[in-house]
Every structure is written in structure tokens, then in C-alpha cells.
Design a protein around this ligand. Structure first.
Ligand SMILES: C[S@@+](CC[C@H](N)C(=O)[O-])C[C@H]1O[C@@H](n2cnc3c(N)ncnc32)[C@H](O)[C@@H]1O
Length: 192
């Protein structure tokens, strides 16, 4: 997808963007479940082999995969143009405590790109450094930290343990198989 197409996104009733769309299977599923016929779906994936797999899933002109960094592309979207931004198991650079100073500015841009009624759905995981089972207290403290950071960015949010039942992806299917050592939460975040 090129710049010219981005200027056309206002023609769509609904716009969904997936960050780090991997092999594309989640975006394809979500598009299949979509009730609005006039929906534009864009998956952005840096890894070329994953991107190529996702392109094999395209069935509609309104579904696009882009082989680039979402950090480079997202700022080009018009402000308040996206209904739903989805990030499933983002790379550590975009969610880990150690990199917080690097990723907070990115999610500030995410917030600007959402429509007033839009949402960011972010699924992420906690593991123990030695890959032992995650303790309940560590899990609670981690969720509290995540919520407080995203609230400080300006999101209103609720957190659910685990993954929305209609979500499945290559990495989710692997991670869900080890629920003691890989604790997953979903943050459902709104602008207002
Ligand atoms: C853990 S995988 C999750 C993939 C997919 N969401 C899933 O659940 O199967 C993280 C993905 O993010 C992609 N990624 C990392 N940084 C990226 C960036 N800056 N822009 C686009 N994709 C990125 C990686 O190539 C990888 O495919």
C-alpha cells in the first residue's frame, strides 16, 4: 500500500490496523467476522517471509499487508482515522519494561491515530527470567504496571486475563500451550 491509498482511508466506514501481523491469520479471521462490508484491513509486518505468507491469505481488495515497520508507517496515517489497532504479542522493543522509554512515544502516536470511538487491543505475555512458573504476585504487579503506563499515555482501559476467545494467531497458539510459564493478558484500551 502506498501513500496515495492512505489518503483514501476516509472512504471506508471502518479501518482496522494490525501491528506485527505475522503470517496474517488473525487479520484474515477478524475480516471474516466483520459485519461492516466497507472495512479496510491493513497488517504491517517487518519480517519478509511472514509478510509473504500473509499475502497468500488476501481475498479482498480491502485487505492489505505491508512489509515495513509499523513505527515508520503509523505516523503517516491521518490523525483520528483508525477504528481498531491490534497488537498481538508485540516484540519486547514495543512492550517490555526495559524499553519503556522507547515505546511510550510510539503508543502516544497510536492514541492520536485512533478515532474518538476507536480502540487499541494489545495482547502481551509475562514470563519468568528462568522460565519457571510465573508467581501470582508477579503477575498482579506486572498487570498493575502495564495498566498504569497505558493510563499515563491517556488510554482508558480494562484488562482481561488471557486472550479474547475469537483471537488466534501463530504465536498465540504456541504461547497458550504453556499457561503456567507464559501468562497472557489483553488490554482493551479506548480513547475516551
Ligand atoms: C511475537 S511475533 C507475533 C506475530 C503475530 N502477531 C502472532 O501473534 O503470531 C512479533 C511480530 O512482530 C513483528 N515486528 C517486530 N517489530 C516490528 C515492526 N517495527 N514493524 C512491523 N512488525 C514488527 C515481528 O517480525 C514478528 O512477526
Amino acid at each position: 500500500m502506498i501513500q496515495r491509498d492512505l489518503s483514501e482511508i476516509s472512504k471506508y466506514e471502518k479501518v482496522i490496523v494490525e501491528l506485527g501481523s505475522g503470517d496474517g491469520r488473525l487479520l484474515k479471521k477478524l475480516v471474516g467476522e466483520e459485519t461492516s462490508r466497507n472495512t479496510l484491513a491493513i497488517g504491517i509486518e517487518l519480517d519478509t517471509s511472514q509478510y509473504e505468507k500473509s499475502c497468500d491469505l488476501i481475498e479482498k481488495d480491502s485487505m492489505h499487508f505491508i512489509n515495513n515497520s509499523f513505527e515508520v508507517l503509523l505516523p503517516d496515517f491521518p490523525d483520528e482515522s483508525i477504528d481498531s489497532i491490534i497488537a498481538v504479542l508485540p516484540a519486547p522493543r514495543y512492550i517490555d519494561n526495559d524499553f519503556q522509554e522507547l515505546w511510550v512515544p510510539f503508543y502516544q502516536i497510536v492514541l492520536k491515530k485512533l478515532k474518538e470511538t476507536g480502540s487499541l487491543i494489545l495482547v502481551t505475555e509475562l514470563t519468568d527470567d528462568l522460565f519457571q512458573p510465573v508467581s501470582p504476585s508477579d503477575f498482579v504487579a506486572w498487570k498493575y504496571w502495564l495498566e498504569s503506563v497505558f493510563k499515563s499515555i491517556g488510554f482508558k482501559l480494562r484488562t482481561i486475563d488471557g486472550v479474547p476467545s475469537h483471537f488466534s494467531s501463530q504465536f498465540l497458539d504456541q504461547f497458550k500451550a504453556d499457561p503456567e510459564r507464559i501468562k497472557i493478558v489483553t488490554l482493551i484500551m479506548r480513547k475516551n
